[in-house]
Write a protein that binds this ligand. Structure first.
Ligand code: R7I
Ligand code: MG
Length: 389
């Protein structure tokens, strides 16, 4: 593939409001439209296009495609970050638990349900403990942390904060490094995309590899990779595969699945989502010419089958941050539950982000701020942080 500079149309400059809206709304779209093919092994593109075309039928009504746990948990992340103008693990954990108990039928992973039930206990003192108890004390490597990681990139301008808080936010349910580092990678990809890095796709992937080299050099990550018999730095290894695939002139869906995966593990889905975005930066023969970049990315993600809602959700967030809200078709927005809220929340996050990047205070657009103090240490030695360093 000739990967020269590919410009985003109309997305505006780095960290523009359009990019924030594109990211959050496209993530919801990916989740909602992806539900149709979740778990399917073989998804002909024809079926994908038929499904997507049906969204243009206005007689069907609005909000007919419901969001799943991906969006349900991402909404908790957004509300928590906005309400506290930063990261507060107690609050985020409480929101996850409350959301699950009020709407348990959103398709949660079978393991994470145990964590969410334990998180609702008023006796719980360490909110990270239930996640540590998963899978015989090894923690989950599922993609549940990554699927809700995009908002961290939209709340913190500073890259170190994005990595740190995406990791901590994921660790509330996923304590295995192969789970939480997937969240770090997803948040990093959204952060870079938000800043226009996808204009230069090779630099984008190289930057992700460099960042993950450091993230995966951590002792816990090296140990988990050894125990699970993965490459020394599993996400880096997959990102090298992404780079090889994006350099190939033709890549079949089967090759993408066999090289990168399409499963429920973060390792088998986050690099895949990143590939979907890179592959669809240019028009593709198998996709309608009229499709925007966001539409191409989501359609292509669905055609991979497997964990379609989550891969399309993650790819949607990265692509939306690149192309902006103008690349999203109104009829798709109308059909999907939660898109209007996502749009409003994107505006609030945009405000928080820019206040933070100017070293400003905690104004978030939400009425209640239970604790407006900045940089406040808490029980886990983490801190709430709103200002860029
Ligand atoms: O990761 P998680 O929140 O699931 C997210 C996925 C998304 O695709 C959603 O759309 C939803 O469909 O589920 O939930 P977990 O239960 O933590 O992990 C998901 C699954 O991964 C588990 O149910 C296990 O099958 C598998 N898994 C593991 N299996 C063995 N050993 C995760 N970690 C392990 C492990 O350590
Ligand atoms: Mg899923």
């Amino acid at each position: 593939m000739a990967m020269t500079a590919v410009r985003a149309v109309a997305a505006g400059g780095p960290a523009s409001l359009s990019r924030f809206r594109g990211a959050l709304v496209s993530a919801v779209l990916g989740d909602c439209v992806g539900g149709e093919f979740e778990g399917a092994e073989d998804v002909p593109m024809e079926n994908v296009l038929q499904h997507l075309n049906s969204l243009d039928d206005e007689t069907k009504g609005t909000g007919i495609l419901e969001y799943s746990d991906d969006t349900a948990m991402a909404r908790c992340v957004v509300q928590s970050l906005l309400n506290h103008a930063g990261f507060d693990e107690q609050d985020m954990a409480r929101r996850f638990a409350k959301e699950y108990s009020s709407s348990p039928g959103r398709g949660y992973g079978s393991g994470v349900i145990q964590v969410l039930k334990k998180l609702s206990s008023p006796q719980l003192s360490d909110v990270y403990q239930p996640a540590r108890d998963q899978f015989n004390g090894r923690g989950s490597f599922g993609n549940g942390g990554a699927m809700r990681a995009a908002p961290f990139a939209l709340a913190f301008p500073d890259l170190a904060d994005v990595k740190r808080f995406a990791r901590l936010g994921a660790m509330l349910t996923h304590s295995c490094s192969l789970g939480y580092n997937g969240a770090v990678l997803q948040a990093l990809a959204v952060h870079l995309s938000l800043h226009g890095a996808l204009d230069l796709p090779h630099q984008f992937i190289n930057r992700l590899i460099t960042e993950m080299e450091e993230v995966e050099g951590d002792e816990a990550a090296l140990r988990d990779a050894r125990i699970l018999k993965e490459a020394e730095k599993p996400f880096c290894e997959r990102l090298h595969r992404v780079r090889d695939l994006m350099d190939r002139s033709k890549v079949s869906i089967e090759e993408v699945i066999s090289e990168l995966g399409n499963g429920i593990a973060a390792l088998h889905s986050v690099p895949t989502a990143i590939f979907c975005v890179l592959h669809c930066l240019q028009p593709r023969e198998c996709l309608p010419e009229s499709y925007s970049g966001v539409e191409r990315t989501i359609a292509y993600s669905l055609a991979l089958g497997g964990d379609t809602d989550t891969i399309a959700c993650m790819a949607g967030a990265i692509a939306g941050a690149h192309y902006g809200i103008e690349a999203v078709r109104q009829s798709w927005i109308n059909c999907c539950e939660g898109t209007k809220d996502a749009d409003i929340n994107a505006e609030r996050l945009h405000m928080l982000y820019h206040q933070s990047s100017q070293g400003g205070g905690s104004g978030t657009g939400e009425q209640s701020c239970e604790d407006g103090s900045k940089n406040k240490s808490n029980s886990n030695g983490t801190e709430k942080k709103t200002g860029a360093e």
